[in-house]
Design a protein around this ligand. Structure first.
Ligand code: AP5
Ligand code: MG
Length: 202
């Protein structure tokens, strides 16, 4: 199976993807996480991507599609992938179809996590990540047992710079303008499933 997770920033794509990929045996590919990792390592791709991410804008399609092509080429991707945060533009969706078709595959399901805007903003402003294992927490909805410390591995938690209120609001606007039209694209392809994402994580 090849699955796309669609949803606005804060919809819960990363949270659900971690659980689903483990359960279904799929490779979890988050373009956002890959860009952040590249930025931490200071690679040329990371430096280019970071400038866009810090403004809440999309990284250009050519860079993003090249990154995805590389990811899909890994042996671990052969059993199926769970895409989190890709595609985000029509050009990316078309490129994905072409890349999968070259291997006789297609997007089997596009799962849309539907969450109201006020809930999205509340989720982003309270979000924390573990600096060791990247588990995500929320100060109100999913608090760690000990504030600021990961339950799983004991490392300190941090917040993403693009979760600052102005940048988060810009990300939501960019989502509505550039990514929301993909709902139609996958509806027409007959693979769209809508899930009410304003429910408990489980
Ligand atoms: P990316 O990293 O993909 O960020 P995003 O789409 O903005 O989404 P988030 O990671 O913020 O939210 P999420 O849906 O994963 O929610 P989460 O599970 O964490 O992209 C970042 C940037 O990279 C982009 O802005 C862009 O610049 C660039 N980029 C990436 N991909 C790109 C592409 N394809 N093209 C161009 N540019 C690209 O949950 C949020 C919070 O809510 C957490 O605290 C969590 O604990 C909590 N939570 C989750 N589910 C629930 C629930 N059910 N109830 C209560 N709380 C919940
Ligand atoms: Mg995410």
């Amino acid at each position: 199976m090849d699955i796309v997770l669609l949803g606005a920033p804060g919809a819960g794509k990363g949270t659900q993807a971690k659980a689903l990929a483990a359960e279904l045996g799929l490779l979890h590919i988050s373009t956002g996480e890959l860009f952040r990792e590249a930025a931490r390592l200071g690679t040329p791709l990371g430096q280019q991507a970071q400038a866009y991410m810090l403004r809440g804008e999309l990284v250009p399609d050519d860079l993003t599609i090249a990154l995805l092509r590389e990811q899909l080429g890994q042996p671990a991707a052969a059993r199926g992938v769970l895409l989190d945060g890709f595609p985000r533009t029509l050009a990316q969706a078309e490129a994905l179809d072409a890349l999968l078709a070259a291997h006789g595959r297609r997007v089997d399901r596009a799962v849309f996590l539907d969450v109201p805007r006020d809930v999205l903003l509340a989720r982003l402003s309270g979000r924390w990540f573990c600096s060791g294992c990247e588990t995500s927490y929320h100060s109100l909805f999913r608090p760690p047992t000990q504030p600021g410390i990961c339950d799983r591995c004991g490392q300190p938690l941090y917040q993403r710079p693009d979760d600052r209120p102005e940048t988060a609001a810009r990300r939501l606007d960019v989502y509505l303008e550039r990514t929301a039209p993909l709902l139609d694209y996958y509806q027409r392809a007959g693979v769209l499933v809508r899930i009410n994402g304003d429910q408990p994580v489980e």
